[in-house]
Write a protein of this length. Structure first.
Length: 70
């Protein structure tokens, strides 16, 4: 989703929304928290998210999974 989103900002909002819709409607489990429990600033949350995405782009999904539930 993030790779095909055509705008330079807002990628995470779009991805968060789509992931939350899928996880809640299809799998019927609670939506993700997306780093809100980490006690970080929004800037640091975004950096953590982007780093996790870069790992996922290279086939390493663990940080993205952990971030989505943190």
């Amino acid at each position: 989703m993030v790779s095909i989103y055509p705008f330079p900002n807002g990628n995470e909002r779009h991805s968060y929304l789509m992931a939350d819709v899928l996880i809640s409607w299809i799998f019927e489990i609670p939506v993700f928290t997306w780093g809100k429990t980490l006690g970080m600033t929004d800037v640091d949350i975004r950096k953590t998210y982007i780093n996790a995405l870069q790992d996922a782009d290279n086939g390493r999904y663990q940080r993205l999974i952990e971030f989505s539930r943190s």
